[in-house]
Design a protein around this ligand. Structure first.
Ligand SMILES: NC(=O)C1=CN([C@@H]2O[C@H](COP(=O)(O)OP(=O)(O)OC[C@H]3O[C@@H](n4cnc5c(N)ncnc54)[C@H](OP(=O)(O)O)[C@@H]3O)[C@@H](O)[C@H]2O)[C@@H](O)CC1
Ligand SMILES: [K+]
Length: 515
């Protein structure tokens, strides 16, 4: 599903209205009706609905909602923040209909009207926030700020129309203050502000509802951002034929592990095999061989001589490079440690190998000192940095990256021609062409050691099974998050281990296959 910024939503509206002749008032009517459907589903949770309207079309949606609820016999009260005379055309039209129905509509524009409004912010009243949507253009101030803060302080249940007022639909940033909604009905397609943090915390549950805009109009706007949903994921899951053998499910090569970090190698391998890879070779320092083969007998280990205890020596590189025509994919980095040997190996693999490469963890750290190596790469590269690693790659602060995760990932991918998986509570996958996929599943239990190694294993596995690097990254991130959700539902968030995610993976894949 596409994910829009405000201006793209406005382009969709304009195309629907001007080029396809769908009157704006019809779109507003549809918008109001789909929100009413959601309000009716909550019927046992309120006695009265209090609708707070702003000056634009978001407010216009609010008036439509009021009319339909009134028709259905629900007790409704309507407020306009600011001056009724400043309502825009369509909002004014719907306001006028309400007036003809002898609705009493009050303005909130001074201390006494503010006090009168606050009396409605009590238990039993559902507050509908129709103040601002995709037209938010600046920081909230004045009477708007007072209204939003009063709602946050006193209201018991709030439903936002399209976006919580005060959230920037382009970024998810809070423009001064914002409504803390329990539920948000996002219209047509979700906006970035419905999905990214901190906005996501203000949206509550997000419900996406169409309002009769044909898909072709949305496609013609050329949006490059996507929300990862099952409709994108389902076709990516590798098919398993009854009459098949392990060679049909790909061969992978993982270079991982060092003394003290053998677990990273084990987790990446388990995740790769548990998500369906046919054959896997793990290249490890020889002193880890016994430990690894006893922990995970299904993997073929290639023990390599060490330059010093637990670190693969440079003399092995020729063997790894010669072997690199064997697999369908190479992953390098989990638990390798930061050392000049691994840096040299990555440089040579980038220069000489033509199979797709997944670079994670210490591989990323090695690369961050010499990003220009990417200029000479012969293979597609997937990088999977978390915010700290992205900071090392770009020189940006964590705050700057968190403030613009999509922009950061897109700029990096375009500059270095990589598929970039910027991991976080909303992982962002960006392609060199500027396409973006945002993932929303997963939970805070997954913020645990080894979680990234599992993701590397899944993405590597999906490339081995024939997916292109972008598809593998998208499916891998989704499955990883879903595995976390499944396991947390069973065990709770606090004690989730990365190893649990490996178990969850099989369940997440099965869920998709059986759907
Ligand atoms: N277009 C369509 O066909 C459809 C749109 N739909 C609905 O419309 C919504 C978008 O409507 P919209 O474009 O009118 O913008 P909206 O969010 O109502 O606010 C704009 C108003 O707020 C004002 N304003 C902004 N920031 C402010 C601030 N900080 N403090 C004070 N004022 C501020 C701004 O003033 P201005 O910037 O012009 O000075 C302007 O007056 C969309 O989210 C969806 O709900 C649906 O009905 C389906 C059909
Ligand atoms: K709103």
């Amino acid at each position: 599903m596409r994910l829009a910024m405000n201006y793209q939503m406005q382009q969709i509206d304009r195309k629907a209205i001007d080029e396809y002749g769908i009157p704006s008032i019809v779109l507003m009517e549809n918008a109001g009706k789909v929100v009413v459907d959601e309000i009716l589903k909550m019927r046992d949770q309120y006695q009265k609905v209090v609708i707070v309207c702003g000056p634009g079309n978001n407010g216009g949606d609010g008036f439509v909602i009021a009319r339909h609820l009134y028709n259905l016999g629900v007790t409704v009260k309507v407020f306009v923040v600011g001056e009724i005379s400043e309502l825009n055309h369509d909002a004014m039209l719907n306001y006028s209909i309400l007036k003809k129905l002898e609705f009493k509509i009050d303005e909130i524009n001074d201390d006494s009207s503010m006090l009168a409004f606050e009396r409605f912010l009590r238990p039993g009243n559902l507050i509908v926030d129709a103040i601002f949507g995709t037209g938010m253009s600046r920081e909230v101030g004045g009477i708007y700020l007072r209204v939003i803060e009063a709602i946050n302080e006193m209201a018991h249940q709030v439903l936002s129309v399209d976006l919580p007022s005060g959230i920037d639909g382009n970024t998810g940033h809070v423009l001064g203050t914002a409504i803390e909604a329990d539920k948000t009905v996002a219209l047509v397609i979700p906006k970035v502000g419905n999905i990214l943090f901190p906005g996501s915390d203000y949206n509550g549950e997000v419900i996406i509802k169409g309002i009769g805009v044909p898909d072709i109009i949305i496609e013609r706007v050329g949006i490059k951002y996507n929300l990862i949903t099952k409709d994108i994921i389902a076709p990516l899951v590798p098919h398993r034929k009854r009459n098949s053998h392990k060679g049909d499910y790909g061969k992978g090569q993982i270079i991982a592990g060092s003394i003290g970090m053998a677990g990273a190698a084990i987790l990446a391998c388990r995740a790769a095999l548990r998500s369906g890879m046919g054959l896997l070779k793990l290249y490890i320092p020889e002193s880890l061989n016994t430990l690894i083969t006893t922990s995970i007998p299904e993997v073929i280990t290639v023990p390599l001589s060490e330059v010093r205890r637990g670190v693969i020596g440079i003399t092995n590189f020729q063997k790894i490079i010669e072997d690199c025509c064997w697999p369908d994919v190479i992953a390098v980095g989990p638990g390798c440690g930061v050392n000049s040997e691994i840096s040299e190996l990555i440089k040579r693999l980038l220069n000489e190998s033509e199979v797709p490469m997944v670079i994670d963890a210490d591989g990323i750290n090695a690369l961050s000192k010499s990003l220009h190596w990417l200029e000479n790469k012969k293979c597609p590269v997937v990088l999977t940095p978390h915010v700290g690693e992205m900071s090392r790659l770009t020189g940006l602060s964590a705050e700057e990256i968190n403030g613009d995760p999509i922009g950061t990932a897109v700029r990096f991918s375009k500059q270095w021609k990589t598929v970039t998986v910027l991991k976080g509570a909303r992982s962002v996958i960006a392609t060199p062409e500027g396409e973006v996929f945002v993932n929303t599943n997963g939970n805070s239990g997954m913020a645990t050691a080894g979680s990234g190694d599992v993701l590397t294993g899944v993405i590597t596995s999906m490339i081995a099974q024939g997916l292109d690097p972008v598809g593998a990254a998208v499916l891998g991130v989704y499955l990883h998050g879903r595995a976390g959700d499944i396991m947390v539902a069973e065990r709770g968030e606090h004690g989730l281990l990365a190893g649990d995610l490996v178990l969850g993976l099989t369940k997440a894949i099965r869920e998709l296959v059986e759907a």
